[in-house]
Design a protein around this ligand. Structure first.
Ligand SMILES: Cc1cc2nc3c(=O)[nH]c(=O)nc-3n(C[C@H](O)[C@H](O)[C@H](O)COP(=O)(O)OP(=O)(O)OC[C@H]3O[C@@H](n4cnc5c(N)ncnc54)[C@H](O)[C@@H]3O)c2cc1C
Length: 445
């Protein structure tokens, strides 16, 4: 089989043994243990198809790898897989300015696609902190969320057409460019968020928007979570909200001190980054002051100042400084977020005194990120933390994965958010599209 793959893809396209780079071992969750048996790097859709046909014939398991920034372990080999990387299948093929769409290959890095859209006067409305490494195929396969969901929806909502290679090498191509397309089952939405378990995404048609003027950005200080909700409601009524990101005191304090960017010397109970497109931020802030919703605010006077706000929110410094940091990504009704945070904090501290527990996230999308670091971390403690956080999600009717996906890290918790009947339907779909079970086995379900 390896000889067949080597003959098909050539020495650059089929790496084995010591030539397989360490980077193929783990995604951004840093949970991967195994190197894949080989790293396949097809450069064309035809090569993806032929490589999968070979693997299918031999019953060879395949793990699909994009930019390896995923946070759920979905792109990691578990043992005995070959990895199929989309990195060489990259590039923007076309920007159709009349239709307002972009056609591109799955291995295109998100930031490259964003720049190409901007150069043509458009906004590609998908954006996340990993933009410099993650790929469009990975974004679609995880249905990535990120910073612009409140304005433009998740990745899925910006995909108009898809080309996917099935487990046996069959190419399903529906590179539709229209917003309306009710021609039977919408396979596009099935593959979006399927995390490499149903097919390999090779090309996509993405929706573009007119490039907006730079948004106005404010960092607001608030007394309690009720005020955060009121500010969100006021903003949604009076401006075009481009971002609404909340940080609880513990998160803001630590991230601010680690980044060395002192934005509020007196750390407020809650801080919110509010971005508005098309003006109207100043009157909104004045009204929020008058109504006692916010008690302080900084308005960015330059892109650099806005970037400082975002540096504190993105919190990369926490990843580097907190050993064994557990990053959870849950979805909850907004009205239940405050008591969720209080209950999870109390439960974690009761079990692990001295732990760091903090909250931040895309509150406007009902999405909360939880950052927890316990003293002397180990897998059992991580499991205990997951249980506390996910039991509390289930009790509030939330989702254990708002945007990062399930992969391996959340697979055993999927039943907290999905019923046995739903899981059975998912297994039936998997069996229908990949009857030999060669694509990303052990992931999601
Ligand atoms: C600093 C940082 C910030 C982040 N911020 C966000 C955020 O705000 N919102 C968010 O949603 N995520 C975020 N993430 C997570 C991650 O960036 C996203 O999940 C991203 O969409 C993964 O893309 P990738 O190309 O790196 O995919 P990978 O990690 O390579 O793969 C992810 C999954 O998709 C599958 N896959 C990859 N490519 C394909 C393909 N072409 N066809 C089929 N399956 C494929 C893989 O098998 C795997 O299951 C962040 C990660 C980091 C490191």
């Amino acid at each position: 089989m390896f000889q067949e793959l080597h003959d098909l893809l050539g020495p650059q396209g089929c790496l084995t043994g010591a030539d397989v780079p360490e980077a193929a071992r783990s995604d951004g969750s840093r949970s991967g243990q195994m190197l894949p048996l080989a790293l396949l790097r097809p450069a064309t859709v035809e090569q993806v198809s032929a490589a999968l046909a070979i693997c299918h014939r031999h019953g060879q398991k395949v793990v699909v790898q994009g930019g390896m920034t995923g946070l759920a372990g979905g792109a990691n080999a578990l043992g005995g897989e070959v990895a199929l990387s989309l990195s060489r299948l990259s590039g923007v093929e076309e920007i159709d300015a009349v239709q307002g769409v972009m056609v591109l290959r799955a291995g295109t890095v998100l930031e490259v696609a964003q720049r190409a859209a901007e150069a043509a006067g458009f906004l590609l409305p998908i954006d996340l902190g990993a933009r410099g490494s993650c790929q469009i195929g990975g974004n679609i396969a995880t249905n990535a969320g990120g910073l612009r969901v409140i304005r433009h929806g998740t990745t899925r909502e910006n995909v108009l057409g898809l080309e996917v290679v099935q487990a046996d090498g069959t190419v399903l191509s529906h590179l539709n460019r229209g917003v309306k397309d009710n021609t039977g089952y919408d396979l596009r939405h099935l593959f979006a968020g399927s995390e490499g378990t149903l097919g390999v995404i090779t090309r996509a048609v993405l929706r573009l928007r007119p490039l907006p003027a730079a948004p106005e950005t404010a960092l607001c200080a608030l007394e309690d979570f009720g005020a955060v909700v009121r500010l969100l409601q006021m903003a949604q009524r009076s401006v075009t909200v481009a971002a609404f990101e909340a940080m609880w005191r513990e998160y803001f304090a630590l991230s601010q001190s680690l980044t060395g960017k002192v934005l509020f010397a007196d750390v407020p109970p809650f801080a919110v980054i509010l971005e508005a497109e098309g003006g109207g931020l100043q009157p909104l802030l004045e009204a929020a002051f008058e109504e006692g919703v916010i008690f302080d605010a900084l308005v960015a006077q330059s892109t650099a100042e806005a970037r400082d706000f975002w540096a504190v929110r993105e919190g990369h410094a926490l990843d580097a400084s907190l050993r064994g940091l557990i990053n959870l990504d849950v979805s909850l009704p907004v009205a239940r977020m405050a008591d969720y945070a209080d209950d999870v904090t109390a439960a974690v501290l009761a079990q692990f005194p001295g732990a760091h527990v903090s909250f931040f996230g895309h509150v406007g999308d009902s999405n909360l990120h939880v950052a927890i670091a316990v003293p002397d971390p180990d897998p059992q403690k991580e499991q205990a933390v997951d249980r506390i956080a996910y039991d509390a999600v289930r009790a509030r009717g939330g989702s254990i994965s708002a945007e990062h996906g399930i992969g391996t890290l959340k697979r055993d918790w999927l039943g907290h958010s999905r019923s046995p009947a739903e899981l059975a339907a998912m297994r039936a779909i998997k069996a229908a599209l990949d009857p030999k079970g060669i694509l990303n086995p052990g992931k999601v379900i």
